[in-house]
Design a protein. Structure first.
Lengths: 262, 283
């Protein structure tokens, strides 16, 4: 029996869930963090660097929410600023230069909503990522592990494969935001969550993701090992694909529901 | 006759004002009050001036009016007008909303696409419709824009686009979010082929449209006073509990922070677009 969508939203937001750094620590070896966007600063909400996945060097980028109150505040609750997205793009371009695949872990309620973020071009930073990722010539796999909040999540998800954990959500707007705009009542978030079709099953049905990862043993090593194995197989296949960019274009090109009428 | 002196203009400015705007000429004509200078402006004068108040305030403009303003007379050929959004999520009330908006706006979707000549220069043109769910981007808007960039690539044409949008259309959920990636990929292909894309950001250009194709042009112009941003000002105010600066997210603010190339008042837009299109053709 499926849970009601708003219960899934709550699960996706639970601060006991593994965060970006947990995945990095358990799936990869010898992670070296690389900081900064070389333009303005270093955004703690996005962690990036290089590591080994088995015997393959990879670039790993993860949105980090933190677990404790102190961590969460330091990580800005996983709401990246423009410099975070620009750091991510810098690291992806670096991955392209050295021919290594990119793995992204996404968990954000959305891009940071603030004065500084607007002054530094939040919209432009996300737009540039969408554009540049569409032609990155190395394989990219993005995994939504918790919240997939709108453009702030998509900015790391223009990938060859997008996967979601069983109880992750992916949505154009938060259920609360949707309810307050449409019905002037944030309390109707439960209805909005159901209407937005934001669960992993919905995303799979719409062709927005390729795979749902089960959450059995979540947080324990077997859970991470399963993800590592899936990533290895997938990256191996993608690395041998000569039509990577054309297929990535086709992947997004086909999304949407349009009617033709006279 | 000194007692008639009060009928004489006191200074040149007053006289100038009276000659420039005789009060009786437009009596009885419908007027609109300008939200900036709070003066009533006769509609005929507003229309003759591309919906710009004498004080410089740019009123919102329908897509078809913009096309008439920007494209050379009789050159606009509409493309992909048969495309429209469905209701893929069966989102409550969305189907009815679309019906209402379609009959009220006279448009089938929130963007009008086609080919045109601007100052004799052939180009692809898209103009978003503020009176269709505030130019929000759903599947059909994304599909029309993607097809337009693909068409422009195939025919090696520049793209000129007028953006106005509240962002992604939430009633289409994830599929509307995906239009951001889809349109961006199409812009990238067009750009990688060495072709020009000029965007004019008009009031308001926000959310998922700012965070995708609207900000991806080679040359970014904006109308004076237009709100351009990612997050909504009210949301930022509520989240940060800070009072926002008066000019926050206005075109002038965005220019100052380095995210647009120039502010283009409506009166000179066509000449500017023509000049830029010609220069890139020659280059």
């Amino acid at each position: 029996m499926d849970q009601i969508p708003y219960a899934v939203v709550k699960l996706a937001r639970d601060n006991m869930r593994p965060t970006g750094l947990d995945y990095i620590g358990h799936i990869f070896k010898d992670f070296t963090e690389l900081h900064g966007d070389r333009r303005f600063g270093d955004d703690p909400a996005i962690v990036g660097g290089v590591a080994w996945l088995g015997d393959t060097p990879v670039t790993v980028i993860a949105i980090e929410k933190g677990h404790t109150a102190k961590e969460r505040s330091f990580r800005n609750f996983g709401a990246p600023n423009p410099e975070g997205y620009r750091k991510a793009l810098r690291l992806m371009k670096q991955a392209e230069k050295f021919g290594r695949p990119v793995v992204c872990f996404i968990d954000t309620s959305g891009a940071c909503c603030g004065i500084g973020a607007e002054e530094r071009g939040q919209g432009q930073a996300i737009a540039e990522n969408l554009m540049e990722m569409s032609t990155l010539c190395v394989p990219v796999v993005s995994i939504l592990v918790g919240e997939g909040g709108s453009g702030g999540a998509l900015a790391l998800a223009v990938a060859d494969r997008v996967w979601m954990l069983e109880n992750a959500v992916y949505s154009v707007i938060s259920p609360e935001g949707c309810a307050s705009i449409l019905w002037k009542d944030a309390k109707q978030a439960e209805t909005a969550a159901a209407s937005l079709k934001l669960t992993a099953k919905d995303a799979l049905r719409f062709g927005v993701i390729e795979r749902i990862l089960p959450e059995k043993d979540m947080g324990k090593q077997p859970f991470y090992d399963r993800i590592a194995a899936a990533l290895k197989t997938e990256l191996d296949a993608l690395s041998r694909d000569p039509d990577l960019i054309a297929k990535r274009y086709a992947r997004f090109r086909g999304l949407g529901a349009v009617e033709e009428s006279k | 006759m000194a007692f008639l002196n009060f009928l004489q203009p006191k200074n040149a400015l007053e006289e100038g004002g009276r000659t420039a705007a005789p009060i009786h000429e437009d009596a009885g004509e419908p007027e609109k009050t300008c939200p900036n200078c709070h003066k009533p402006i006769p509609l005929s004068r507003l229309w003759a001036n591309h919906l710009v108040c004498p004080c410089g305030y740019h009123f919102r403009m329908k897509a078809r009016q913009r096309i008439a303003m920007a494209a050379d007379k009789g050159t606009f050929r509409e493309l992909f007008s048969e495309l429209r959004s469905g209701n893929p999520l069966e989102f409550p009330g969305y189907g009815e909303k679309l019906d209402t908006v379609r009959s009220a706006s006279g448009e089938a979707e929130a963007v009008v696409c086609g080919t045109a000549a601007i100052g004799g220069e052939a180009c692809c043109l898209f103009v978003m419709e503020p009176y269709f769910m505030m130019g929000s981007m759903g599947s059909a808007v994304g599909e029309k824009l993607t097809r337009l960039f693909e068409y422009a690539l195939e025919h090696r044409l520049p793209v000129v686009g007028y953006a106005v949008s509240g962002g992604a259309r939430m009633q289409e959920g994830l599929l509307s979010l995906m239009q951001m990636a889809k349109t961006s990929a199409a812009v990238k292909r067009h750009s990688d082929a060495g072709l020009l894309y000029i965007a004019v950001l008009t009031d308001p250009t926000t959310g998922g449209v700012t965070a995708s194709f609207a900000m991806e042009a080679d040359i970014l112009l904006a109308e004076p006073g237009a709100t351009i941003g990612f997050a909504g000002a009210r949301v930022i105010e509520q989240t940060t509990r800070k009072t926002l600066p008066k000019e926050f997210q206005k075109a002038e603010f965005v220019l100052q922070h380095g995210f647009i190339d120039s502010i283009a008042p409506r009166s000179g837009q066509k000449a500017l677009l023509t000049r830029l299109l010609r220069l890139h053709k020659g280059g």
